[in-house]
Design a protein around this ligand. Sequence first.
Ligand code: COA
Length: 185
Amino acid sequence: MDIPLISHGEQVIFPEFAAQDIGEISIRPAKVGDVHGMSALINHYASNNVMLARGPQYLFQHLQDYIVATAKPKKPGKLKEYVVGCAALNVLWADLAEVRSLAVHPSCQHSGLGAKIVGQLIDRCRTLEIPRVFCFTLVDKFFASCGFVPFSRELLPAIVWAECSKCPKFYHCDEISMLYEVLKK
Ligand SMILES: CC(C)(COP(=O)(O)OP(=O)(O)OC[C@H]1O[C@@H](n2cnc3c(N)ncnc32)[C@H](O)[C@@H]1OP(=O)(O)O)[C@@H](O)C(=O)NCCC(=O)NCCS
């Protein structure tokens, strides 16, 4: 089994780069080889308390929920491809899904990538005929720009609280609940 590269010091899986150092960004379903890069990206933000941490075990077990944005570095290095964005669509019930783990690398922000990733998850809901998708977020302005609107979390079914109860913020949640009506748009 490969040891996660992050523990080796010589290999960086949360790469430092500027936007001009990478080629074209593409979005695709996540693969096992993306997991350490996804974990590094998500945990970069989790360490600043803006999203929930996700370790490799969780990511492998939920891999089929995830999409990733990747790009090749222009100068060859140890990493052939960088994970520059990711997000998951977690289907909770016949009429409800949740956007989770949305992250875009700091060097790729404000160029529309986050909106594109969310757009692909909404399209996935449409394909699956799931009428509503929600998120808990601190970046309500970003999700509002994607068409989400604030709503009362008390309207969510009990199944949602099973995941919430694992969260360190459970007793003092500062996140805003936002909803997108997939089939109305
Ligand atoms: C939130 C995040 C995914 C947005 O990604 P992005 O690629 O920069 O977003 P886009 O370029 O598609 O943004 C579209 C619009 O959303 C709004 N927006 C984007 N990021 C925002 C932020 N952090 N705060 C407020 N509004 C934001 C802006 O109106 C933006 O348009 P503009 O760049 O022309 O001003 C990214 O900032 C990120 O990874 N943040 C840290 C992790 C995080 O908070 N994830 C959300 C967990 S629910």
